[in-house]
Design a protein around this ligand. Sequence first.
Ligand code: ATP
Ligand code: MG
Length: 728
Amino acid sequence: MLNDPELLLASLNDAQCRAVAAPLGRQLVLAGAGSGKTRVLVHRIAFLIQIEKASPHSLLAVTFTNKAAAEMRHRIEQLLGQNPAGMWVGTFHGLAHRLLRAHWQEAGLSQNFQILDSDDQQRLVKRVIRDLGLDEQRWPARQAQWFINGQKDEGLRPQHIQASGDLFLATMRSIYEAYEAACARTGVIDFSELLLRALDLWRDHPSLLEHYRRRFRHILVDEFQDTNAVQYAWLQHLAKGGDSLMVVGDDDQSIYGWRGAKIENIQQFSSDFPDCELIRLEQNYRSTAGILKAANALIANNQGRLGKELWTEDGDGEPIALYAAFNEHDEARYVVESIESALRKGLARREIAILYRSNAQSRVLEEALLREKIPYRIYGGQRFFERAEIKNAVAYLRLLDGRDNDAALERIINLPPRGIGEKTVETLRELAREHNLSLWSALHQAVGNKLVNGRAASALNAFVQLVDELALKVESLSLHLMTQMVIEQTGLITYHKEEKGEKGQARVENLEELVSAARAFEHEESEEDLTPLQAFLGHASLEAGDTQAGPEEDCIQMMTLHSAKGLEFPMVFLVGLEEGLFPHKMSLEEPGRLEEERRLAYVGVTRAMQHLVISYAETRRLYGSETYNKVSRFVREIPPALMQEVRLSGSVSRPTALGNTSRNASLFANAEVPDTGFNLGQAVRHALFGEGVILNFEGSGAHARVQVKFENEGSKWLMLAYAKLEAL
Ligand code: ATP
Ligand code: MG
């Protein structure tokens, strides 16, 4: 037990102590990566409970991801020696969900409201556009979805949009309006709506706000730089009049501008809470000096920073390794070899992370890891709960929880196929639209009033019976038995078992994994106002699928840079550092977005504690097309003296002319394409494409493919057996 403040503060530096032991009031801790912001927050919580004698019940802590929330809980428990029961720790979305469940009536929601994920949202928007009779080519669902979410993130409803003669705005507004009506009718709410509705709750129900203000006397927020307008307003309402409020953040790590996050909230905070104390932390405890210098040099290229310089007592450590790969396969091979060597030297798998800019990059890396039988785990990304087969099973669970969920019903009404055709579903949709009903009610009407033919009616009846009977059967079952029964009795398991090939097998395994996820979830702390099924469904929508395996499992950690925020690893691979990929090509035209990409790179570099490895590929096949890329400007912004270029043979050298691609041909000149008589770097002639140089290969002998960079035709992959290359 830490009743002694000395003990609690013993492992902190002066500035950190000042923050942790600050008198009740408001503090803004503004500091760079790895300076102990999260550590301060956790110690502050312990301080409030142990020294200030605050009840855990009066504490609310907000973090950015579920993973971070779990980590925070764990750390507090360790510090206090007990579970801080009654304290609310979660993400903004998670907390909003919890509030809305408890106050669904005040929020104007149906009791069984469900969360619409981004896929389902797009589908619903598409349907709305069709129902409005708009041309789907001209008004793509994606664009409208983007517009709607953007408005919601700013706190704007359709009535706030002044279209005044602007056709685009007027159309978007009518889609937004119709979409809201469809959500209300079918009892679903999207991610942005969760937040906005929670804010409405404060605005429209002062007594409720008062109740929570009295309860949450102490509020703590991590990663404050990434709050958006609605989150900030929600927080501001709640914190007014409370005993203490501490927000911690780093303007250099703001990476959600594209989702409406506002760095200006940091400045806004000081003016909204003028009595707030600003505390800066400058010592970094995470990374070697070399890594830190690289991060500082990189971020110095951004304008308008609040400005801070990090230092460490640590030595330079080993240089940052830089690898120029021919293509993504070569990059993956290098990463896996380096991992194997690090494991041999004693690093644990969970201490190694591979970070990438976009999810699509993970596949090639996964394949390379699988080949070497190295266990890995992907956080976020192709989320477990976003896989089609999982969404289908969850849709059944959702339907059991609330039949009016149209999105869920549409998903599985004919899955596994049961003879309910698209025409029948269209009839239901029309009926629903005409009478403002959910599809489930429309279905009953259609059958009752004989609006569909006999065959369709009996198929629909069978479906209703299946769902209703299932609901009765699972009523008293535990969550995982319920899930098990659903995947078996709906025929989903059999359906996928009958699918040919490995895909079907993988889907069956995933469904079984869902049962394990449900079982694991049963052991988690329950939230008082939710049934286990509701909590699980909320989790399925909000969570990045982290229930797949326990954190104790020893795997390589893979994730996008966005999901790596706040984490740290002894060894980090930053892959795909290429112009066009990272910085992403969409950001190249706008200085603001380019700076956000640079902050993302800063987040990436500062995740590394001891070893940082950066790689890029000169050609990359991504999203089905091959691109030829230059090394990322972010690599060029790191002083060359801090890096060491790795060559295939294992030798190393300082990078000189980065981005000069011709060096690679000579670099690899001695490597052979096995059993073919060709070498890398060799000049060749092709009957059609002319002269070129062999850059890369896959396979050997009769199966070898080579990549040739032709003088006039760009680079191409060719089967050696057919290409009839002539050696020059
Ligand atoms: P980020 O900006 O990436 O979220 P952060 O500022 O939240 O970083 P923490 O994760 O809290 O930083 O701390 C970084 C690392 O430094 C952690 O491993 C933490 O335990 C360690 N650390 C922080 N302060 C101290 C200290 N005073 N003494 C020893 N270790 C410390
Ligand atoms: Mg942190």
